[in-house]
Each structure stands twice: as structure tokens, then as C-alpha cells.
Design a protein around this ligand. Structure first.
Ligand SMILES: [Fe+2]
Length: 281
């Protein structure tokens, strides 16, 4: 088996062809995939559909998969794999205004946690005939393009990430008081240094980043709006049009993502997902 990496865009990502990912990978292939993951920040493994167990085995190439908070989506035999069914079953399920849908917002996964997952894996089992792309922006490239004085300023800032923020265009699902207690606000540096490659990226989540520490709301919002506009420019962006079987692995430390929520009603859209934690956690 010979794995080949082909870049997917100027901004980020590579597809990997030539693999059978239902089988155990040897150390050479594992190293190739991991090196490509760090280099391109996103990999799309072209594959057939994998079972939850097969996807779990593959996911261990990138670190330790862990269970998500929402138990009702867990696979019955492999709880580290969640089954995400985003099919619109009826007309009212589809958002009238995509901008007011949480999945449409640009985010990095679980930044409300002190130790967010380093990577996320999504595997397409069913996809609609059109729409429903997952979109990515490279916040490392966006950082690199900043003028030196901005880099210096942003490097001095920390940001508060909350489970919900009034800055987000849409609210998350309602939670109980005890669930809310489980997610206290956390602080992350605005510029995140990658713990494996040392590259720097802008760490911002439109759904969760509430404010800059030590700044009045108005000034803080100006800074965050400037960042939001900068990192979501088309030159940093890659939109992934799914094929059934695609396995996408992306690095949450240097990419943000969002979903194109405009796709047909009653056409199945089902993904398997798992999150990967830092090796040292
Ligand atoms: Fe996400």
C-alpha cells in the first residue's frame, strides 16, 4: 500500500489516497499520516465507509479518542464514537436563516474547556445531494499575515471563552443548572502556540469567545470583530464537499470550521465523529 498526499487548496488541507483504512496501519503509514496532519492541518482520507470500531482504531493514530458530553449520540459499542445525524426530517427542522444556526458559526471545537481537543475526526456515512459542506479557515496563515505591531499586540492578550456568549449569533441548546455549573468560563491566550510544531495561530471561536481580558466591552468587541473578519477571509478558507466514506481529521489548534447548513430536507446527512485529546492529558 502506498499512501499519497495531494494538497486540497492553497489555504490548507491534503487528501490522502491509496489507503485501506479498515485495516491496521503499519508504523511507516502512521508516521506518514501524522506528519501530513501537522503539515497540512487537515487530512481527507479517501475511504470506504468504516464501522465505529474501525474508525476508533484509525483515530488512535492521531492520539487518544474520548467520549463526548452528549451521551445520546454515543455508538452503543464504541462510546468514543458519536453518531451525528444532521438530516432535516421536516420543513421546520431546516433553519430559515443560516446565520442564526449555531453550526453555521465559525468555531474551534470545545474552546470552553481548559484543555480543548487537539483534533476532530468526521467520517461521512450519508450525505445530501448538494450543500452541507464543512468549511475551514487557517488561523495560522491569518496570524502570519498580520503586521508586526499587531502580532505583538495580540500576543499580549488573553480571551475569555464561555459555553455561550452574547456575541454568538445563535444560542446553544438549553441546559440544566447543574450542566451549566460544569462549564465555568475559561481563559485562553489569543495567540496559541502549537504544542507540537510551535507555529502560532489566532485562537478565536465566534460561538464562545466572549471578551478580551482587561478591556471594556466596547473595545474588546472591536478587537474580536477585527479578528473575526480577518481570519474568515476567502484566502484562508477551504470548503469541503463530502463524498461518502471521506474521513476528515483536522487540527483544532490552528483551524476554525463551520457548516453550510443549507441542504435539502429528507436527504440523510450522517457522520461518525470522535474528538482526540492531547497526548499528555
Ligand atoms: Fe465543530
Amino acid at each position: 500500500m502506498d499512501l499519497i498526499a495531494n494538497p486540497l487548496s492553497e489555504a490548507l488541507g491534503a487528501e490522502i489516497i491509496g489507503g485501506d483504512f479498515s485495516k491496521k496501519l503499519n508504523d511507516h503509514h502512521k508516521k506518514f499520516l501524522y506528519d501530513c496532519f501537522l503539515k497540512y492541518h487537515l487530512l481527507c482520507l479517501r475511504s470506504n465507509k468504516l464501522s465505529p470500531k474501525e474508525l476508533y482504531n484509525l483515530a488512535t493514530t492521531f492520539g487518544t479518542p474520548f467520549t463526548e458530553v452528549t451521551r445520546n449520540q454515543w455508538d452503543r459499542e464504541v462510546p468514543e464514537i458519536s453518531i451525528l445525524n444532521s438530516t432535516y426530517l421536516k420543513l421546520n427542522d431546516k433553519p430559515k436563516n443560516p446565520k442564526l444556526n449555531r453550526r453555521n458559526g465559525w468555531h474551534t471545537d470545545h474552546s470552553f474547556k481548559i484543555d480543548p481537543p487537539k483534533a476532530t475526526i468526521l467520517h461521512a456515512h450519508e450525505i445530501p445531494s448538494h450543500g452541507g459542506h464543512t468549511r475551514f479557515c487557517n488561523t495560522n496563515k491569518a496570524y502570519q499575515d498580520l503586521p508586526a505591531n499587531k502580532k505583538k499586540f495580540f500576543n499580549s492578550l488573553n480571551a475569555v471563552h464561555c459555553y455561550d456568549t452574547e456575541r454568538a449569533p445563535a444560542r446553544p441548546v438549553k441546559r440544566t443548572a447543574s450542566e451549566i455549573k460544569e462549564t465555568p468560563d475559561v481563559i485562553h491566550p489569543l495567540i496559541l502556540k502549537h504544542d507540537e510544531t510551535n507555529i502560532k495561530s489566532i485562537y478565536f471561536n465566534a460561538n464562545r469567545t466572549d471578551r478580551i481580558v482587561g478591556y471594556e466591552k466596547k473595545e474588546s468587541n472591536q478587537i474580536l470583530d477585527e479578528i473575526d473578519n480577518h481570519i474568515t477571509q476567502n484566502k484562508y478558507r477551504y470548503d469541503h464537499k463530502w463524498n461518502i466514506g471521506d474521513i476528515i481529521i483536522w487540527d483544532n489548534r490552528c483551524l476554525i470550521h463551520s457548516v453550510n447548513v443549507d441542504y435539502p430536507i429528507k436527504e440523510p446527512r450522517i457522520h461518525l465523529r470522535t474528538l482526540i485529546k492531547e497526548n499528555n492529558i
